[in-house]
Design a protein around this ligand. Structure first.
Ligand SMILES: NC(=O)c1ccc[n+]([C@@H]2O[C@H](COP(=O)([O-])OP(=O)(O)OC[C@H]3O[C@@H](n4cnc5c(N)ncnc54)[C@H](OP(=O)(O)O)[C@@H]3O)[C@@H](O)[C@H]2O)c1
Length: 248
């Protein structure tokens, strides 16, 4: 199949391209570095010509909710419109488990907007909601890190390896549209504070962690809201495997 990967140069995108190539598919990279801008639409029609499926693993560097919703929304609209013009038969969106909660998390508003547009859109679709990636705890602590101290919410998560996400995306894109949401997660639950502590330990970084629910991850994210639903697919790679491989 000919499969366009929007976000082909990103963490998940690169591994998705590799997984698709291993399965014998022809890849069309969609990324500004590859000369195609899904936000402005530059080069998009040419890139999607002849594509059977599109996988959207783009991201945004906007920090505020309005900017994130606008960026993700515009990219999604452009990909769907160009996909319809090109006769794309399957649009696969990477989303996040638990985004119906976390009303204070700006990124989740953007993902809800993407899901809304995809499910109402003209191209048959699949939504793959992944849990947090293995580097999530250190990334979140990094946002709040100041003078060797970082606040972090004690979230209960079931983190998944980037490679396990990519493998599922490649498989789903090559199949029939699900017209449904599939949850994917790692094999075990973890505590986010403990994950951050162990990641910084492996990386040799000295960070004092202060658990709190008063940051962007508030009490509406306590409990099991970030755990995958029934019927989730579970990747094999544990958080310990990722730490043992160097936590990068
Ligand atoms: N972190 C987590 O724990 C987690 C969990 C579940 C799901 N997710 C989702 O995973 C997705 C991918 O994350 P990631 O870490 O792989 O992202 P990333 O490494 O930041 O990569 C983002 C990709 O998007 C591309 N991109 C951005 N703007 C673009 C534009 N205007 N046109 C074309 N391409 C554009 C970038 O390429 P250029 O810069 O070359 O344009 C890059 O290839 C995100 O949507 C996120 O919501 C994350």
């Amino acid at each position: 199949m000919r499969i366009a990967v929007a976000g082909a140069t990103g963490n998940i995108g690169q591994l998705t391209v590799a997984a698709l190539e291993r399965a014998g598919h022809q890849i069309v990279p969609v990324s500004r570095k590859a000369g195609v801008d899904a936000y402005t639409g530059d080069g998009l029609d040419a890139a999607l010509r002849g594509a059977d499926a599109v996988i959207d693993v783009t991201n945004t560097s906007s920090a505020d909710e309005a900017g994130i919703v606008e960026y993700f929304g515009t990219i999604t609209r452009n990909l769907l419109a160009a996909g319809e013009r090109a006769g794309v038969r399957h649009h696969v969106l990477l989303s996040i488990v638990g985004i119906d909660h976390g009303q204070r998390v700006p990124h989740y508003a953007g993902k809800r907007e993407q899901e809304r547009l995809v499910t109402a859109g003209p191209v048959p679709w699949s939504i793959v909601r992944a849990t947090q990636f293995h580097d999530f705890a250190a990334m979140v602590a990094g946002w709040a890190r100041q003078d060797g101290t970082a606040t972090i919410a004690p979230l209960l998560v079931q983190p998944i390896a980037h490679g396990d996400v990519a493998a599922v995306l490649a498989e789903i894109a090559a199949g029939a549209p699900l017209r449904a949401v599939l949850d994917i997660a790692g094999p075990r639950t973890e505590d986010l504070v403990d994950m951050a502590r162990r990641t910084f330990g492996v990386r040799g970084e000295d960070v004092t962690l202060v658990p709190t629910w008063r940051g962007i991850f508030g009490l509406d994210m306590a409990g099991e809201v970030l755990l995958p639903g029934d019927g989730a697919r579970l990747g094999a790679t544990t958080f310990d495997d990722w730490l043992a491989a160097g936590a990068r």
